[in-house]
Design a binder for this molecule. Sequence first.
Ligand code: HEM
Length: 117
Amino acid sequence: MDQSNVTRGFLRVKEILDGAISAWGNSPSNGGPPDLSGHGPLFSWTTKAALLAAVGHGNQLIQPDVIGNGKGNLAHLVIVLRTGLKGPATRMPEGGPYVPDDQIQEIENWINDGCPD
Ligand code: HEM
């Protein structure tokens, strides 16, 4: 199968996360783009480097020790999208619409693959 048009690697993860923000802003119950500033100054996935350094409310989104070793399910980013992080946050994006399970799995797989470009 020709998958040359299928986005892969970091750009796919960025597409999923950007899509989550768009969907949140387009949801009538939210009504407009979110204010993400409360997450903190390092909250970003503009580039792969930014995502790997990203912190939300004091929690690193992708801890270095869960990359490339089958522990992607333990990344704070994966947990917060799937169920919410105990203590700091309910499931994200707050109140939904939430990221579809198969897309969360793509992010987990990307982390298990070692976060390729
Ligand atoms: C470690 C990961 C994260 C933590 C601990 C966290 C925590 C929180 C908390 C406490 C709030 C409510 C207070 C505030 O507005 O700042 C919030 C709001 C929100 N978060 Fe997160 N978050 C995380 C990751 C994410 C991710 C990955 C997304 C999107 C893909 C996201 C999307 C949102 C949205 C859309 C809001 C609502 C903003 C608004 O009301 O304008 N968060 N988050």
